[in-house]
Write a protein that binds this ligand. Structure first.
Ligand code: 13P
Length: 279
């Protein structure tokens, strides 16, 4: 089937208190492994591509491969621009076949974020593409976490008409030095204030039980990048070491690595299917 937008999969997921995994792929092997995991689990999946890959041909080539894979399957696949930086980048993503985009104005004050996001929403919706935006700030690495509030979520959603809202409840992008402790109370307040699907960035290394509690309050899309890409790189290094003395063609060398990514992705897809309701 053709690629779908977030709107075909996330509102239903929110109603049913489950989340859909969003995997950051960066090449043929990571894309193929995530696709196979979703097919084996008979589950919708969000394939996302980080904004830096839009600086050359990579994002467009991944789009062509993803559309080809989608053609021959019955599972729903969304192709999403992750952390879009500008309206120009949103336009480019739409032009090269992305069915969903994120505009990230989370580094700006709320009013500016609303302004930028509203412009991007108009462009995305005119093209039939779904759009995610972020409030609060989920830092990269050791940056400072700025939690989102329910009040700003309500204001942001009513002013922008965005389809999915990324919130900050204690996660950060990348590996953690210590396991994070999500602010579930904050997730509950935001989830009670806005009914659109909520997004959690920085899924790597967050204990499953915490994610399941966040899902209960409306987190419907969970982003995973670092763990998956690290698995790929370390897996490749491991294969090279194992075949130290002999040449191994690229496709054969990557096969066992893909297998590990398939297993990893299936575990995440399954884990996000069910929420934990706490009192
Ligand atoms: P991690 O790299 O922590 O998994 O976060 C991924 C992400 O949020 C991509 O936008």
């Amino acid at each position: 089937m053709p690629l779908v937008t977030l709107n075909e999969i996330l509102p239903a997921a929110r109603n049913e208190a489950r989340a859909v995994a969003a995997f950051n792929v960066a090449n043929l092997e990571t894309l193929l492994a995530v696709f196979k995991a979703a097919e084996e689990e008979n589950s919708p999946v969000i394939i996302q591509v980080y904004q830096r890959l839009f600086n050359d041909e990579r994002a467009e080539l991944i789009a062509a491969m993803t559309a080809k894979l989608a053609e021959k399957t019955a599972i729903q696949i969304v192709l999403h621009l992750d952390h879009g930086t500008s309206v120009e980048q949103i336009k480019k993503a739409i032009k090269i076949g992305y069915t969903s985009v994120m505009i990230d104005g989370s580094q700006f004050p709320l009013t500016e974020n609303i302004e930028l996001t509203s412009q991007a929403v108009e462009i995305a919706h005119k093209a039939g593409v779904s759009i995610e935006a972020e409030i609060g700030h989920v830092p990269f690495g050791n940056g400072k976490v700025e939690l989102s509030s329910s009040e700003e979520a309500v204001k942001f959603v009513s002013h922008t008409n965005v389809d999915a809202l990324a919130i900050s409840i204690g996660t950060a992008h990348g590996f953690y030095k210590e396991a994070p402790c999500l602010d579930i109370k904050r997730a509950r307040e935001i989830g009670a204030g806005v009914s659109i699907p909520l997004v959690l960035h920085g899924g790597t290394g967050v204990p499953e039980e915490q994610l399941k509690k966040a899902i209960a309050y409306g987190v419907t899309k969970i982003n995973l990048a670092t763990e998956l890409q690290d698995l790929f790189l370390r897996g490749a290094a491991c294969e090279l070491k194992r075949n130290e003395k002999k040449f191994m063609p690229i496709d054969l060398c990557f096969k066992p690595v893909e297998k590990r990514i398939i297993e990893y992705s299936k575990i995440k897809i399954k884990a996000f299917r069910q929420a934990t309701f706490s009192s």
